[in-house]
Design a binder for this molecule. Structure first.
Ligand code: SF4
Length: 325
């Protein structure tokens, strides 16, 4: 069996752009354009990048909540890109999504107990109601909620508590992989750390594999073993957390890192301010998509898309500055 739980190869998700009264297709937004990475069992990969870089679409494409345009996604060695819906539904139990906004993802008319029972009912072994009730209590305890609150409705909980319910619902089917899409960005800063600690504890105690998506590098840093930096639909750098933080190679990663606050006042770091905005993904720049904002750009950058290159063991960068040939 493969050592990788998840293998993503050249994943592409394009959305058609319609124009005019008749809605003619005038092009594509290349939301995800050639993303590749692999993930071991029990590992956490952070995916970081600015809003609109394609990180959430990558997560949803892996789960096939959005159908990818091309590429390959293998879960435990099994290709899921062309899996029929029935097979996919079964496999989805092993891969769950934790949403950014738990309130929007929880049915306001259902009690927390009913929400969790519904999730549990997907599992064959939770067939009888009494056993499901017991499991609801266990799940609530697991995520740090009081089991006596099971009959309350989502609006009766705080934002942080609702996210705990969202996490409990994801855990109900005993998944192997959890994709957490900005799971703390809608929460107060004081609550964020509690949810991050909960996710970390659950990962350690249940041996879960995580993809943790965030625009906030300091949040991703807290949680990840490896980090992938995304820009305009592609991964520009991927490395172990320590490698990336001690020596980011890609100019975009360097700019992101320079904005992360340093706790030690003795250490100073120069802030790199990027010029301009993220370009329109419906009309991306040629060659290296980062070239209009890059202070190191060369002639080749505008013409040729850089090939990801391993600059150190396990540290891959897509930038002409480091391409050996
Ligand atoms: Fe900058 Fe060129 Fe590297 Fe792109 S390929 S990040 S433009 S130096």
């Amino acid at each position: 069996m493969s050592e990788w739980l998840l293998e993503v190869e050249d994943l592409k998700t394009y959305f058609p752009v319609q124009k005019g009264f008749f809605g003619r297709r005038s092009g594509y937004v290349k939301a995800v354009d050639g993303v590749s990475f692999r993930l071991r069992q029990g590992e956490t990969l952070g995916i970081v990048g600015e809003s609109g870089c394609g990180k959430s679409t990558t997560g949803r494409s892996i789960l096939r909540l959005i159908n990818p345009t091309g590429g390959s996604v293998k879960f435990a060695g099994r290709e899921i890109i062309d899996l029929p819906q029935g097979e996919l539904r079964k496999l989805r139990r092993q891969m769950q999504l934790v949403f950014q906004d738990p309130y929007a993802s929880l049915n306001p008319r259902m009690s927390v107990s009913a929400i969790l029972e519904e999730a549990l009912s997907v599992r064959e072994q939770a067939s009888n109601r009494a056993s499901r009730k017991e499991q609801v209590m266990d799940l609530l305890q697991l995520v740090g909620l009081n089991p006596h609150q099971a009959d309350r409705f989502p609006h009766e909980f705080s934002g942080g508590q609702r996210q705990r319910v969202g996490i409990a619902r994801a855990l109900a089917v005993q998944p192997e992989l959890i994709i957490a899409d900005e799971p703390v960005s809608a929460l107060d800063v004081s609550i964020q750390a509690q949810i991050l600690n909960l996710l970390q504890d659950l990962q350690e105690s249940l041996g879960l594999t995580f993809i943790f998506i965030s625009h906030d590098l300091s949040v991703v840093k807290h949680f990840s073993d490896r980090i992938a930096v995304m820009y305009l639909g592609g991964i520009v750098e991927i490395a172990g957390k320590k490698q990336l933080f001690s020596k980011p190679y890609h100019p975009y990663s360097q700019a992101l890192m320079s904005a992360v606050p340093i706790l030690n006042p003795q250490k100073k770091r120069e802030r790199i301010v990027l010029r301009g905005d993220v370009p329109n993904p419906a009309n991306p720049p040629s060659g290296c998509t980062f070239h209009p904002r890059c202070m190191h750009k060369m002639d080749i950058c505008q013409a040729v898309r850089p090939i990801p290159t391993e600059v150190e063991p396990g540290h891959v960068v897509a930038c002409h500055l480091y391409h050996s040939s």
